[in-house]
Design a binder for this molecule. Structure first.
Ligand code: NAP
Ligand code: GDD
Length: 321
């Protein structure tokens, strides 16, 4: 039985990856941070318990990371833990850099000491591209990084240190450069889930309006369920390499909002207003990923379309609320 170790196991991707790997017959281990309300901490993985082993740990605690990796002795390590909210990275830039940049260095060091023969996956992000777009309107593995947020900057450090450790210490350490991916398990302060939850509350008469930030940015949105399958393929490639994971389609926040409200029989213009608190000091305006390297190397193609993804999220909130 193969063993996987996941940081950020309680997050959106951690939970889908856990389900996927358990389905493949893996023994899955992971760490969660100490939290004052432990009841909610593992809500995304509470329903899967067999062959799942969760312990306390933190990317900022190197000795704890090394101890747990030595004990588990995994075949695959997925570093998914992060302060993953871009706007909030402006409020807590140092914490974001400590967790996402130095935290990645911490887990890499622990990995190098405890299980250097294993494979290492880093959750890199399309936010690293920032303002850079190739002439054909796509971002791909060769597009330069011009990050426009503390979060993006922290992820560039993590991406580079993974490269450095791969080459310097001959580690099987890889980057998946994932474009935005969503699901009903997405944190409700990211724009897709915020819009869906807000629109459903309005539909059910439980809210009167919805406040958003910039509605004119474009994102390449896929489903987390499809993207965790790509993570598993990328880490198990015969040689350590980096891959973009994206749908290749892009939609504006406005178009996404319009679609969600229309599905509920509503006109978004009657309910949505702009609140400057949700604007960012510098905005990443456009993302559209070219994942042809991934698609030609592996048998991977997303199963969910943009509309199926949004419909699943609407259905989830209609039932939940
Ligand atoms: P998420 O739902 O925010 O999950 C992040 C997880 O990291 C949470 O379980 C969080 O635990 C944990 N964490 C935060 N700080 C930690 C620390 N210091 N030590 C240990 N654990 C810590 O994010 P996601 O959407 O699943 O994304 C997974 C990864 O992919 C992240 O690294 C993200 O930056 C990256 N990524 C995401 C996307 C996307 O569109 N979703 C795209 C590209 C890259 P708490 O609950 O205790 O905070
Ligand atoms: N969160 C949020 N809240 N975003 C809003 C809002 C709002 O009220 N109104 C408009 N937006 C816009 C943001 O300005 C941004 O242009 C877009 O919606 C998407 O915002 P998020 O859903 O917060 O995601 P993100 O693109 O900033 O970051 C996500 O994707 C990255 C990959 O590109 C996160 O998952 C990152 O962790 C990930 O790396």
């Amino acid at each position: 039985m193969k063993k996987a170790f996941i940081t950020g196991i309680g997050g959106q991707d951690g939970s889908y990856l856990t389900e996927y790997l358990l389905g493949l017959g893996y023994e899955v281990h992971g760490i969660v941070r100490r939290n004052s309300t432990p009841e909610h901490q593992q809500s995304r993985i509470d329903f899967v318990r067999e062959n799942l082993h969760v312990s306390y740990g933190d990317l900022l605690d190197v000795s704890g990371l090394e101890r747990v990796l030595q004990k588990v002795n995994p075949d695959e390590v997925y570093n998914l833990a992060a302060q993953s909210h871009v706007r909030i990275s402006y409020d807590i830039p140092q914490f974001t850099a400590q967790t996402n940049a130095l935290g990645t260095l911490n887990i890499l060091e622990a990995f190098r000491n405890a299980c250097p023969e294993a494979k290492f996956y880093q959750a890199s992000s399309s936010e690293m591209f920032g303002s850079a777009v190739d002439e054909d309107g796509f971002q791909r593995e060769t597009t330069p990084f011009k990050p426009v947020s503390p979060y993006g900057c922290s992820k560039v450090f993590a991406y580079n240190i993974v490269h450095n450790y791969r080459n310097a210490y001959k580690l099987h350490a890889v980057n998946g450069i994932l474009f935005n991916h969503e699901s009903p398990r997405r944190g409700s302060n990211f724009v897709t889930n915020k819009v869906v939850k807000g629109a459903v509350l309005i539909k059910k008469g439980m809210a009167k309006n919805l406040e958003l930030g910039n509605m004119d940015s474009f994102r390449d949105w896929g489903h987390s369920k499809d993207y965790v399958k790509a993570m598993h393929k990328i880490i198990n490639h015969s040689m350590a390499d980096d891959f973009v994971v994206a749908t290749g389609q892009t939609h504006s926040v406005r178009e996404m909002t319009d679609y969600v409200f229309k599905q509920l029989g509503l006109d978004y213009q009657e309910y949505v207003s702009q609140n400057p608190n949700f604007l960012r000091p510098e905005e990443l305006t456009y993302l559209r990923g070219d994942s042809s390297k991934l698609r030609s190397t592996f048998d991977w193609t997303p199963e969910y379309t943009f509309h199926q993804l949004m419909d699943e999220m609407i259905e989830f909130w209609m039932e939940k609320l």
